[in-house]
Design a protein around this ligand. Structure first.
Ligand SMILES: [Zn+2]
Length: 557
């Protein structure tokens, strides 16, 4: 007998944020990975498209990786696939049909990414990857084909909930498979890892059937067009709108790149059902009377480039707000976007629309279980240990308390953070002293990871206080300044009205260069530049209380 080994559970993302979910399970020479998502950047990360998990820990463990399992098709679970697969040696991916379709469609946007080896699983399948044996169970979420995982490992059974809620009357989906979950639980589950996104919200999540009933009230009273903005990924909501449009004899025009793409895939694969002729092209909406039209679009968060914003700004090619329009925000407001959404509502009312919002009536349900759903999952599974996943730290903490409230002893609840190495065996759960890298990897255009903290800090400085370029010509023999330094500024001060400040800056620049040059006869350009950056920076700050980015350019002739 070899020494008893621990299973190593390593979250690379998703435990301190909502997004970039990725988790490693490692035992001996076998590794499997659950999900590979991205996170959308914060407001203070200009120019960053998104953030992906750091896979440095896996760099020299490529041969150990037996496979990747993806729980569902949301970008915070699949989004890093095009960026990370090459670095991981392109191991096989296992997932449900719709998720597979979405991953493959997205991969087409990244022609340089490797061709994926992606296997379709059905909910009743059992797959073996190294020492791990994986089974699946159906859960509800706001995209179809989401699964939870039951993984047999050498230390015991692990259950991973995926993103889930319990919906007993879902739209375009089956209820979560509670009998299957019970069956798994009856084999004795060592640890449950469960979705914490809504751990702060009391009660049960609202059923999609109720949402559809509430949206129907708007269909009954709207005299003109109905324009519904929601998240592109909310396939169940899109289905509800199509159902209602068919019932009330309206046509649906879908607009927005990501939403059209999702509708195309889900319809082709049979997940989204629409009668022939229900869906029309956005450019044809003016061929129908207003009361026959529904526009389904992106932009419920006030995102600058989304369809709703273009309509409001009168930049949309085919749609202008007109009197009698009903505009429905069928989504929650992501924290931080409240002000822009309020502004949108004002403008819409001014342009003649009636605005419906989730605060007025239940026209949106999240995709994640609330407190009572979370308790139900724990009660069904009855695990020995509990690890809250998917959420900010405080959500994980609250979820831990929920677990204790239904009888999991507090010593068996592990609240961990990204990069922790959780050591698990039949009898104990603890954190290793080691931590693995889990810091942000930023994707900027086509570059991955080449934008680090420094570049980001520069961008923040430029976005906040602008920049100032100082171009100086010097004599390469004497190191002395020739003529006057040239100054270019963007986003800092209006140069024509700042003559005094400019002449001081020029004077100071000349002083700095001439001083550093006279001490030795050879000029250390880097040293001079650093001096200019520091001292001009200080000067500008004392005069203006701003810290623009200072870029010294020195030309030797
Ligand atoms: Zn999700």
């Amino acid at each position: 007998m070899t020494k008893k080994q621990n299973l190593r559970i390593i979250p690379l993302g998703g435990l301190e944020e909502i997004g970039r979910n990725m988790m490693i399970l490692e035992y001996g020479d076998d590794i499997i990975i659950i999900d590979m998502g991205l996170q959308f950047p914060e407001e203070d990360m200009p120019g960053i498209d998104y953030i992906i998990p750091n896979t440095a820990y896996l760099k020299d463990k490529k041969e150990k990786i037996k496979g990747i399992i993806i729980t569902h098709g949301h970008y915070d679970h699949i989004g890093a696939v095009p960026h990370s697969m090459a670095r991981l040696g392109n191991p096989p991916i296992y997932t449900t049909p719709l998720t597979r379709g979405i991953i493959l469609r997205r991969q087409e946007d990244f022609p340089k990414a490797p061709k994926l080896n992606i296997h379709q699983i059905n909910k009743d399948d059992k797959i073996k990857l190294g020492c791990f044996e994986i089974e699946f169970f159906h859960v509800n979420h706001n995209i179809p084909d989401g699964v939870g995982l039951a993984i047999k490992t050498p230390v015991g059974i692990i259950v991973h909930s995926g993103d889930f809620k319990f919906d007993h009357s879902p739209i375009g989906d089956e209820p979560a498979d509670i009998s299957r979950i019970t069956q798994i639980a009856n084999q004795g589950v060592l640890i449950l890892m469960s979705d914490s996104t809504n751990a702060e919200k009391p009660g049960h999540s609202i059923s999609e059937k109720d949402i559809q009933d509430n949206i129907e009230i708007i269909f009954k009273e709207a005299p003109g067009r109905i324009i519904i903005a929601t998240f592109a990924s909310l396939i169940s909501r899109i289905q509800e709108v199509i159902n209602l449009a068919e019932k009330h004899n309206r046509k649906v025009a879908v607009d927005g790149y990501s939403m059209r793409m999702n509708v195309e895939i889900t319809k082709k694969m049979g997940y989204l059902k629409a009668k022939r002729g229900t869906l029309i092209r956005i450019k044809d909406i003016n061929d129908y009377p207003a009361q026959k039209i529904v526009v389904l679009c992106t932009g419920a968060q006030g995102e600058g480039n989304a369809v709703l914003m273009r309509i409001i700004n009168q930049e949309h090619r085919y749609v202008r707000i007109q009197k009698g329009d009903a505009v429905v925000f069928s989504s929650s407001v992501v924290p931080g976007n409240e002000r822009s959404v309020q502004g949108l509502k004002d403008v819409l009312w001014k342009q003649g629309a009636r605005v419906y919002h989730y605060q007025m009536m239940d026209i949106h349900a999240g995709g994640h279980g609330q407190v009572e759903d979370l308790k139900m999952m724990i009660n069904l599974i009855r695990p020995k240990f509990f690890l809250p996943i998917h959420g900010n730290y405080y959500m994980l903490k609250l979820h831990g308390e929920i677990a204790e409230s239904v009888g999991i002893p507090s010593k068996n609840v592990m609240v961990a953070t990204n990069g922790n190495v959780i050591l698990l065996n039949q009898n104990s759960i603890k954190l290793d002293r080691e931590k693995v890298p889990a810091n942000y990897v930023m994707v900027d255009g086509l570059g991955v990871g080449d934008v680090g903290q420094i570049v980001l800090r520069d961008r923040q400085a430029m976005a906040k206080d602008g920049m100032l370029v100082i171009i100086t010509v010097i004599n390469s023999k004497t190191g002395k300044v020739i003529g006057e330094p040239d100054i270019i500024s963007r986003g800092f001060v209006y140069l024509r009205e700042s003559k005094e400040l400019l002449s001081q800056t020029r004077k100071k620049t000349k002083e700095i260069i001439n001083q550093t040059a006279s001490s030795e006869h050879t000029v250390n350009l880097n040293y001079v530049k650093e001096n200019i950056r520091d001292k001009i920076g200080q000067l500008l700050y004392t005069k203006t209380q701003r810290r623009p980015m200072v870029l010294p350019v020195i030309i030797e002739i």
